[in-house]
Ligand binder design. Structure first.
Ligand code: NAP
Length: 253
């Protein structure tokens, strides 16, 4: 039956940056769809674990700071150690630094590139090696951005990293589709999370952005649930290298 193809029952997922925001929303959606979820990040996962437990879901925290790629193999190993395997990886953790390009620092460049692009690649590599070992394929979902498609302003390292995520998603799909590994992305629009707090606190920018969103509202973490479960499930087995915008219509405007 078609709805069975969207089920994640019997699957194991790792979601980075799952303590809050979009990562938390995705982790909850996966657990609701039946997956066991390793919730990965540098901050305590208590809130996410509590929410998943409240509806009888199965989750397990992994403490890891993705500023250092050395944690990538451990994340996969701990997920496999706890749940016996890994089927789905969501590269969601990300940071943003704002500043005029004329003054932008090397630190603000490196910090963003390390978490948003470098660790995303090496964690994908560690997961893909495990998928190959398991012999059943797998799913990788990269969280991109509208800044994968547009330039933005005063966020040079973020735009560079997110544009890189879009290209890397295509490249990895080209290399790994034949191994049964689906690599795809989600480009969220303007969502209500910590990432956009500064923008939402600026009344002029907030109003200007809102007026440009065809759906007439900012997005919530739950708005990504459908696309994330779809890309993690067998329903998307022939979908490779594509980044789906969940943006209230922003890019179409
Ligand atoms: P958020 O609430 O700031 O969440 C970011 C997550 O990444 C947090 O869990 C954060 O952990 C984690 N993280 C950051 N640096 C990390 C590190 N070094 N190691 C491990 N985890 C780290 O923002 P969000 O909006 O949910 O962001 C999730 C993803 O969506 C990001 O990739 C972001 O770029 C992307 N995105 C967001 C929007 C939007 O409008 N909100 C739009 C497009 C794309 P801490 O809580 O410990 O910092």
């Amino acid at each position: 039956m078609i709805l069975d193809m969207f089920s994640l029952k019997g699957k194991t997922a790792a979601v980075t940056g799952a303590n809050t925001g979009l990562g938390q929303g995705i982790a909850l959606a996966f657990a609701e769809a039946g997956a066991k979820v390793a919730v990965v990040g540098r901050s305590p996962m208590d809130e996410t674990l509590g929410k998943i437990k409240s509806f009888g879901g199965d989750a397990f925290p992994i403490k890891a700071d993705l500023a250092d790629v050395a944690v990538c193999q451990r994340i996969v190993d701990e997920t496999v150690g706890k749940f016996g395997g890994i089927d789905i990886l969501v590269n969601n953790a990300g940071i943003i630094r704002r500043g005029d390009s004329i003054d932008f620092t090397e630190k603000d460049w490196d910090d963003v590139m390390n978490v948003n692009l470098k660790s995303l690649f090496f964690l994908s590599q560690a997961a893909a090696r495990q998928f190959v070992k398991q012999g059943q394929g797998g799913k990788i979902i990269n969280i991109a951005s509208l800044l994968s498609y547009q330039g933005g302003i005063r966020i040079p390292s973020y735009t560079s990293a997110k544009s890189g995520v879009l290209g890397l998603t295509r490249l990895l799909a080209n290399e790994w589709a034949s191994k049964g590994i689906c690599v795809n992305g989600i480009a969220p629009g303007y969502m209500v999370t910590n990432n956009t707090e500064a923008l939402r606190n600026d009344p002029i920018r907030y109003k200007a952005i809102l007026e440009r969103i065809p759906a007439g509202r900012w997005g919530q973490p739950a708005d990504l649930a459908g696309a994330a479960v779809f890309l993690a499930s067998p329903a998307s087995d022939y979908l490779h290298g594509f980044t789906i915008a969940v943006d209230g219509g922003w890019l179409g405007r």
